[in-house]
Design a binder for this molecule. Structure first.
Ligand SMILES: [Zn+2]
Ligand SMILES: [Zn+2]
Length: 163
């Protein structure tokens, strides 16, 4: 069974490698600051249509005027709502690279351990609705490989295509 850290593409491995030591407080703070910056860039991204290597846009089959926004890749994953393994409350992970930090208790889970936690839902980065999610290869990966928003039709895929 794979997990996010082991099944990533070349670009994703980079951020795993630069993950800060959690005991170095300044490093964590810098990571938080840059994380917020990245989230801000990512939230703005859906409105800058057509730019960025991982953003794609598909014409709907039924009408030429409808388009579907989305993103591809684990690091472009929508925010996730997870269940805290210690207190059972909800943890909001805004970015796939962020520490999974429970606001209700002392639990702090490494982002690479994502697959060990129960995923409640992903949140649409455009309209903030809860997205449906699922797997395509449950025998290969133990984390979600797609998520889709029924409200605005934003769609996320772990990979463009599978071999
Ligand atoms: Zn907790
Ligand atoms: Zn949406």
């Amino acid at each position: 069974m794979g997990r996010p850290g082991s099944a990533l593409t070349t670009g994703d491995e980079l951020f795993i490698g630069i993950r800060p030591q959690r005991q170095i407080v300044t490093g964590v703070l810098q990571a938080v600051v840059s994380g917020i910056k990245r989230v801000g860039e990512r939230l703005a991204a859906p409105f800058r249509r057509g730019d960025g290597p991982n953003k794609f846009r598909l014409s709907s089959m039924d009408t030429a005027t409808t388009t579907i926004d989305g993103s591809v890749g684990w690091r472009n994953r929508p925010p996730a709502l997870l269940t805290c393994p210690r207190c059972g409350d909800e943890i909001y992970q805004a970015n796939a690279r962020d520490e999974i930090d429970c606001p209700h208790c002392v639990e702090m889970v490494d982002p690479e351990e994502f697959a060990d936690l129960e995923l409640l839902a992903m949140e649409c980065p455009v309209c903030r609705n809860r997205m449906r999610h699922g797997q395509r290869h449950p025998e290969r990966f133990d984390f979600p490989e797609w998520a889709t928003c029924d409200s605005c039709r934003y769609h996320w895929e772990f990979k463009h295509s599978y071999d």
